[in-house]
Design a protein around this ligand. Structure first.
Ligand SMILES: Nc1ncnc2c1ncn2[C@@H]1O[C@H](COP(=O)(O)OP(=O)(O)O)[C@@H](O)[C@H]1O
Ligand SMILES: [Mg+2]
Length: 499
């Protein structure tokens, strides 16, 4: 009998059957991948094991005993912990306070023993090879560091089953490598891992077996050696993925729509110059911290310290003014869409049409019918999984929230469109739709600048790619010279190229 068994697990949310009789067996000490498109039910299955949700039907067996984790605390007592996709700690407490939450060492008078607290936290961090200062406030940590603290908490409380929910979705390259090392170390100790991700390279690098969920159903569980990336993609989306050559590459481009000259911002980037023509999709590559998002923000008027020239339609833009950028018909789909791009209390329809509304003018009525049509068109296009367009955004899965946020910005009529990591957190099927959508927008004559950390997507979609390194343009590659090695070389500064 398997170490851990989900038997016929069913979970309903209002209007959604999130899991429909899912049965999965997991071997002791395995790193078991859980994959599926956004909304497939991966997080829900993890949360049921971790005591966050109670199933409506079915049973879980751990070492042949039926368990009922009725709360995260109860799950911990059973040796099960989850590293969440969303922030799980109190941001205004310190690392040590968070690590010892609920079990703070006290002296005879009942006061928290600070020194003991720190020593215990430091030991928990050292256990996973981290040297984060225990006194740091959680709110000031990077996502990667916060995840490490969550993992330290899991390991430190003796968890022997750890669920990691899309752990690398907002990590830098270095942080991802660090995490991989840690995952392997945990496995070597005999800890059983359930690894939720839709990044197939990661799954093939780390996991022993893979379970695929689709629309709340169990599709298959296989050893990793018995499958392939193509097979998994097919099983995830239930159809063949069409890979087309982008149409914009076949057309000649129009006039220069966006021209940037000698753009600088103290401490962020220096001497940036490039242009994008109507109908063109230009990529912007670089490592995390290279200054790509900062450049995009400056172009869009979000950086009061920026100096230099930004021209749209041949006319110089007043820098530092979002109003001027919007008036020149430019749009920015920000990277952190959850924080900057969505109004969580609004429903899907309201959110996807939000940016298309003439927000900055105060007159005019909203045409409800047009609004509904627009929302419906994009929701269908990007396969947003929601019971209805009137559903609150907050209850959608993370990837589906991303899709709505993206739809919202793309729906804005604009001539210059900057998209920052447009497919982060989005599954393979929807990614293909987004590429197609961007290609169509270019076909309508928009000038598109795409920032991305995923080299295959830059290589697939762009006519040329600009590379930034440490706040400067390190070079530019035309499509004929695209390769991951060439781009990586420029990003990391190990190769020279004529800029
Ligand atoms: N707390 C919740 N309230 C209502 N619906 C939810 C809730 N959590 C998840 N869902 C719905 O359940 C389905 C599965 O979601 P989830 O498990 O988050 O998917 P995944 O992690 O695979 O992207 C989705 O349709 C999602 O909208
Ligand atoms: Mg999820």
């Amino acid at each position: 009998m398997a170490f851990l068994e989900f038997h016929q697990i069913t979970k309903r949310f209002p209007g959604v059957l999130a899991l429909d009789g899912v049965s999965v067996s997991i071997e002791r000490g395995a790193c078991h991948a859980l994959v599926g498109e956004n909304g497939a039910g991966k997080s829900t299955l993890g949360k049921i094991l971790a005591g966050v949700y109670q199933p409506d039907g079915g049973a879980i067996r751990l070492e042949e005993k039926v368990i009922h984790p009725v709360s995260p605390h109860a799950a911990r007592a059973l040796g099960v912990a989850m590293v969440h996709q969303e922030l799980a700690f109190c941001p205004n407490l310190s690392v040590e306070e968070n690590l010892c939450l609920g079990d703070q060492p006290r002296n005879a008078a009942g006061w928290v023993n600070r020194r003991e607290l720190r020593a215990r936290a430091r030991a928990m961090l050292a256990e996973i090879g981290s040297n984060i200062d225990p006194a740091t406030l959680i709110g000031t940590l990077s996502t990667g560091q916060e995840q490490l603290v969550q993992i330290a908490a899991a390991v430190g409380t003796g968890a022997n089953v750890i669920i990691m929910d899309e752990p690398t979705s907002s990590l830098s390259l270095g942080e991802t490598r660090e995490l991989f090392r840690l995952v392997r170390a945990l496995k070597a100790r005999g800890i059983t891992l359930i690894y939720v991700s839709h990044r197939l390279e990661e799954i093939f690098a780390l996991c022993d077996a893979v379970t695929i969920l689709r629309d709340g159903h169990h599709v298959v569980t296989e050893p990793i050696g018995a499958t392939s990336p193509q097979r998994i993609v097919r099983q995830m989306i239930g159809r063949e993925l069409l890979v087309r050559e982008p149409a914009h590459l076949q057309r000649s481009y129009g006039a220069v729509r966006l021209q940037v000259e000698n753009l600088s911002s103290p401490g962020k980037f220096t001497g940036i110059h490039f242009s994008v023509r109507a109908g063109e999709i230009v990529g912007l590559a670089g490592l995390v911290g290279a200054g790509r998002s900062e450049v995009a923000q400056a172009i869009f008027g979000l950086d009061p310290a920026a100096a230099g020239t930004v021209m749209m339609h041949g006319r110089a833009l007043r820098l530092g003014s979002i109003r001027a950028a919007l008036a020149a018909k430019s749009g920015l789909v920000p990277e952190d869409r959850k924080r900057q791009g969505l109004v969580l209390s609004m429903n899907c329809r309201e959110n996807s049409s939000l940016a298309a509304l003439p927000l900055l003018t105060r007159f005019g009525w909203v045409n409800r019918r047009a609004e509904h049509e627009l929302a419906e068109r994009y929701a269908k296009r990007l396969r947003v999984k929601t019971p209805s367009l009137e559903t609150s955004i907050a209850s959608l899965s993370g990837g589906n929230q991303q899709k709505i946020a993206l739809a919202k910005w793309i729906a804005r009529e604009c001539d210059v469109l900057i998209v920052d990591e447009p497919t982060r957190g989005i599954d393979v099927g929807a990614k293909a739709e987004i590429y197609q959508l961007l290609d169509e927008l270019a076909g309508e004559g928009k000038a598109v600048l795409m920032i991305s950390s995923e080299l295959p997507e830059l290589i697939g979609l762009c006519g040329r790619v600009l590379v930034m390194r440490e706040g400067r343009l390190a070079g530019e590659l035309p499509r004929a010279e695209f390769s991951e090695a060439a781009l990586m070389g420029l990003m990391a500064g190990v190769a020279q190229s004529a800029a």
